[in-house]
Ligand binder design. Structure first.
Ligand SMILES: O=c1ccn([C@@H]2O[C@H](COP(=O)(O)OP(=O)(O)O[C@H]3O[C@H](CO)[C@@H](O)[C@H](O)[C@H]3O)[C@@H](O)[C@H]2O)c(=O)[nH]1
Length: 328
C-alpha cells in the first residue's frame, strides 16, 4: 500500500516507517522536523512540511498516490500541555483537522491515529478496558480525545475509515540499533535512567513511593515501540469505510518505577544511584491496559513480554548513540 506517515521522523513514527518498509509498503514520511530527526527517515523518503500546510499535503497525497495515512505528528507531554494549552490545541486539534481536510480534498480516507491512555484520565477500573469512560485530566488528553471524536464524525459523514490506537507507555528501540528514542528535553523514565548509566546524570529521582501500589511507586504498562508499529500495520489492513477501530495497545502487565530502575541496573551493569523525590503532579498511580480487544480485533500479541527485553533494546540504542541523533 502507498502510505504517508505524518510525523514519521519522530520516535514512534520512525519505528512504524521501518516496519512498513520491511513489510513491502511504499512509504513516504511527512514531517516538519520540529521534534523529529532527519536521520530517522529512510533516504529519499522525506517530504518536509507543516501539518497545517494543506496545499503541500494535498500535493504529497496526490503525487505519491497515497492510499492511507498514519498520523503521529502530535505533541505528547502532559506538563507542557498544562503550561501551554494553545500549542496543544493548535497542533493536536486545529492542524490535525487540516490534515483530515487535505485527505478529503485528495480523496484519501484511510487513517491510523496515535491516541493515548491519557484520554481515560484516572480510571476507576484497572486493567483499563476500552469501555472505560474517557475523562481526560489535562489538555494533552483532551486534544487526543477531541481528535478521536473528529475521526468518528468524519467517518459517519464522509466515509472515513479509521483506527484510534490508544497507547500505553511506548518504550524500547529497533533491535538493530539504527533508530531509537531521542527527545529534547528527555522526560521519559527509561531514557532518563539509561542516561545515568551513561554518566550523563548523577542519579534517577523517583517521583514518589507513597502510592497505593505494591512497592509504593507508580505502575505503568510499557509496550515495545515495534509492538506498537506491528499493531499499526494490522490496523491498516482492517480499516472499513464509515467505521472506527478503537483499541488499547499495552501488554496487560504493570511495571513499577522501581522495577524499571532494577531492570536498567540488570541490563547495564551500572549501579544507577537513586533518590526519592516528590510526586509529579498529574501522575495516576496505576495505568495498565486491558489489551484483549486488540488481540481479538487485530490478531495482535506483543512480542516483548518482559520489560527487561524492552530495556535491552533501548540500551542497545543509547549506548551506541549516547548523544542521540545529534552527535552520534
Ligand atoms: O525522572 C523520572 C521520570 C519519570 N518517573 C516516573 O516514571 C513513570 C513513567 O513516567 P514517563 O516515562 O514520563 O511516562 P508517563 O508519565 O506515564 O507518560 C506516558 O503517558 C503519557 C500520557 O498518559 C504520555 O504523554 C507520555 O508521552 C507517555 O510516556 C511515572 O510514574 C513517573 O512519575 C520518575 O519517577 N522519574
Amino acid at each position: 500500500m502507498n502510505v504517508l506517515v505524518v510525523g514519521g521522523a519522530g520516535y514512534i513514527g520512525s519505528h512504524a516507517v521501518r516496519l512498513l518498509v520491511d513489510a513491502g509498503h511504499d512509504v513516504w514520511v511527512y514531517d516538519n522536523l520540529s521534534r523529529g530527526h532527519r536521520q530517522a527517515v529512510p533516504e529519499g523518503r522525506l517530504i518536509e512540511g507543516e501539518l497545517s500546510d494543506r496545499a503541500t499535503l494535498v500535493a504529497a497525497l496526490r503525487d505519491k498516490q497515497i492510499e492511507a495515512v498514519m498520523h503521529f505528528a502530535a505533541f505528547a507531554l502532559v506538563n507542557e500541555s498544562v503550561n501551554d494549552p494553545a500549542l496543544y490545541y493548535r497542533n493536536n486539534v486545529v492542524a490535525a483537522i487540516d490534515l483530515l481536510d487535505a485527505m478529503r480534498e485528495a480523496d484519501v480516507k484511510k487513517i491510523v491515529f496515535s491516541s493515548t491512555t491519557a484520554t481515560y484520565g484516572e480510571p476507576d477500573v484497572v486493567p483499563i478496558p476500552e469501555t472505560t469512560p474517557q475523562k481526560p485530566i489535562n489538555p494533552y488528553g483532551f486534544t487526543k480525545l477531541v481528535f478521536e471524536q473528529a475521526l468518528a464524525d468524519y467517518a459517519a459523514a464522509y466515509g472515513f475509515a479509521y483506527a484510534a490506537l490508544r497507547y500505553f507507555n511506548a518504550a524500547g528501540a529497533r533491535p538493530d540499533g539504527t533508530i531509537g528514542e531521542d527527545h529534547d528535553p528527555e522526560s521519559h523514565i527509561i531514557p532518563i535512567v539509561l542516561q545515568v548509566a551513561l554518566g550523563q546524570r548523577d542519579k534517577i529521582t523517583i517521583f514518589g513511593d507513597d502510592y497505593a501500589t505494591p512497592d509504593g511507586t507508580c505502575v505503568r504498562d510499557y509496550i515495545h515501540v515495534d509492538d506498537l508499529g506491528d499493531a499499526h500495520l494490522r490496523a491498516l489492513e482492517r480499516l472499513e469505510p464509515g467505521k472506527g477501530l478503537c483499541v488499547n495497545l499495552g501488554t496487560g502487565r504493570g511495571t513499577s518505577v522501581r522495577e524499571i530502575v532494577e531492570a536498567c541496573r540488570a541490563v547495564t551493569g551500572h549501579p544507577i544511584p537513586e533518590t526519592m523525590g516528590q510526586r509529579r503532579a498529574g501522575d495516576p498511580p496505576e495505568l495498565i491496559a486491558d489489551a484483549r480487544l486488540a488481540k481479538q480485533l487485530l490478531g495482535w500479541t506483543p512480542k516483548y513480554t518482559d520489560v527487561r527485553q524492552i530495556v535491552e533494546t533501548a540500551w542497545n540504542w543509547h549506548k551506541s548513540h549516547p548523544k542521540g541523533y545529534a552527535k552520534s
